[in-house]
Write a protein that binds this ligand. Structure first.
Ligand code: ADP
Ligand code: ADP
Ligand code: ZN
Length: 213
């Protein structure tokens, strides 16, 4: 199954992707995670991406499309994948369609996770992340021991861009550049709308139902 998780920052894409990976045994491909790893490692890619990410803007399309093109060719993608945070612009969606066509593939479902803006700010400002990819919230999904990852024992951290001012810019960028993809995929007959407010289990159930179990 080839899935796109579409939704604003804080909608719960990463959180739900973690569960979908376990259920369907396909990898999660998060351009945000790939870019953050590059910044941490100080690679050329990381040097290019850092200033865009710090300001809450998007990394240029050509850069992100290149990353995805490489990633989709890897062996673990043969039976499908979950795209989380890509595509984020119409240009990226068009490029994805072309890359997939060249590989004889197509997207099966685009799950649009809908959450009101007030909730997004609250979710992002309380988000805590682990290097292993696990995601927590200080109130809504706390780890068993404060500051420590349940899965790997790693130390939790707050992302640099999860500060209120940057959160506001990211939400504006989403409205302007990414929200048009909802109509784009609706037109393609791929869009499955999900109410993203509720418990983690409820939302997971809605997604599984929307993509056919
Ligand atoms: P969130 O889901 O919380 O918005 P991500 O981890 O998906 O965060 O993205 C973090 C940052 O990485 C974005 O604000 C942007 O700068 C960059 N980024 C991630 N994916 C893309 C993409 N597909 N196109 C452009 N920039 C991206
Ligand atoms: P995204 O990948 O879409 O940016 P995340 O999965 O990182 O979003 O979730 C953002 C924050 O909201 C995290 O702190 C996460 O623990 C929390 N969260 C996720 N789903 C829910 C939910 N259904 N209700 C409340 N908080 C949630
Ligand atoms: Zn961890």
């Amino acid at each position: 199954m080839r899935l796109i998780l579409l939704g604003p920052p804080g909608a719960g894409k990463g959180t739900q992707a973690e569960r979908l990976v376990a259920k369907y045994q396909i990898p999660q491909i998060s351009t945000g995670d790939i870019l953050r790893a590059a910044v941490r490692d100080g690679t050329d890619l990381g040097k290019t991406a850092k200033s865009y990410m710090d300001s809450g803007g998007l990394v240029p399309d050509a850069v992100v499309i290149g990353i995805i093109e490489e990633r989709l060719k890897e062996d673990d993608c043969a039976n499908g994948y979950i795209l989380d945070g890509f595509p984020r612009t119409v240009a990226q969606a068009d490029a994805l369609k072309n890359v997939l066509a060249g590989m004889g593939q197509a997207i099966d479902h685009v799950v649009s996770v809908e959450v009101p803006n007030e909730d997004l700010v609250e979710r992002l400002s309380g988000r805590r992340s682990c290097k292993c990819g696990a995601m927590y919230h200080v109130t809504f999904n706390p780890p068993k021991k404060e500051g420590v990852c349940d899965k790997c024992g790693g130390e939790l951290f707050q992302r640099a861009d999860d500060q209120e001012e940057t959160i506001r810019s990211r939400l504006a960028v989403y409205e302007e550049q990414t929200a048009p993809l909802i109509a784009y995929y609706e037109k393609a007959g791929l869009l499955r709308r999900i109410d993203g407010v509720g418990s983690l289990d409820e939302i997971f159930g809605r997604i599984v139902e929307a993509i056919g179990g």
